[in-house]
Ligand binder design. Structure first.
Ligand SMILES: C[S@@+](CC[C@H](N)C(=O)[O-])C[C@H]1O[C@@H](n2cnc3c(N)ncnc32)[C@H](O)[C@@H]1O
Length: 213
């Protein structure tokens, strides 16, 4: 694959969108190491620019971790907001800035975003509108799967396309997948063993969303 370990075990080199990308991993949290769905999603975005044209698009990444997906989306021309929990943000920011400075038309933004139910107050959907929401390996053993689905639903407006890549490993992952397909109109873009990439759009029409706000 495109992952090359450099002298220290915490630095890895990747190559996407015609650029070398140097990523620092940190061992103190889940989010600071690279997960397989990030690589699958980067390859998909790089190789399917007609299906998912990110040029000039507003993109939100949930659970951005090391920042590789945000970097690749930025290199492909998107205006990206990378989000994650507070303890992940400094490593995320350093990786994103190191690899996008002077290389991208739109400077990526990094923000703390904790998945939850209260997002209409902190991130009103009339203001926070995205063309794409990206998420890689955000489903694994944790207690916030319902909050994650609520967050995806919140940011997936009538004009948004959500792209979720995940290695489906556990029974709880299948339950989430089930709820995900019930919540959104979905199609499976990639299925490679346990690795799946879904594309999803809102079931709510613009009119129904306006009525409920
Ligand atoms: C398994 S890692 C995947 C990281 C990255 N997307 C990748 O594929 O390499 C899951 C990410 O979700 C973030 N995360 C976990 N729980 C979260 C929550 N409740 N709110 C926001 N982010 C969360 C973690 O900090 C971590 O960065």
């Amino acid at each position: 694959n495109k992952r090359h370990n450099l002298t220290s075990q915490l630095w890895y080199m990747y190559h996407y969108a015609g650029q070398d990308i140097l990523i620092h991993e940190s061992i103190d949290s889940y989010g600071a190491v690279m997960w397989p769905a990030a690589l699958a999603l980067c390859s998909f975005l790089e190789n399917n620019r007609h299906t998912v044209d990110l040029e000039g698009k507003e993109v939100l990444e949930l659970g951005a971790g090391t920042g590789l997906v945000t970097i690749v989306a930025s290199l492909l021309g998107a205006a990206v907001t990378a989000t994650d929990l507070p303890d992940v943000l400094s490593n995320l920011r350093a990786n994103v800035m190191r690899n996008t400075r002077g290389r991208c038309r739109h400077t990526p933004r990094m923000e703390v975003l904790s998945w939850g139910y209260d997002l209409e107050r902190t991130h009103p959907s009339s203001v926070y509108r995205y063309d794409y929401v990206l998420a890689a390996d955000v489903v694994y053993h944790h207690d916030y799967l319902d909050e994650l689905l609520a967050t995806m639903k919140h940011f997936c407006g009538p004009d948004t396309t959500l792209i979720w890549a995940n290695k489906v490993r556990f029974k709880t992952d299948l339950t989430f997948t089930d709820n995900f397909t019930k919540t959104f109109n979905t199609s499976l873009l990639v299925e490679d063993g346990e690795m799946k990439i879904f594309m999803a759009t809102s079931r709510e029409t613009r009119q129904r969303r306006n009525d409920s706000l």
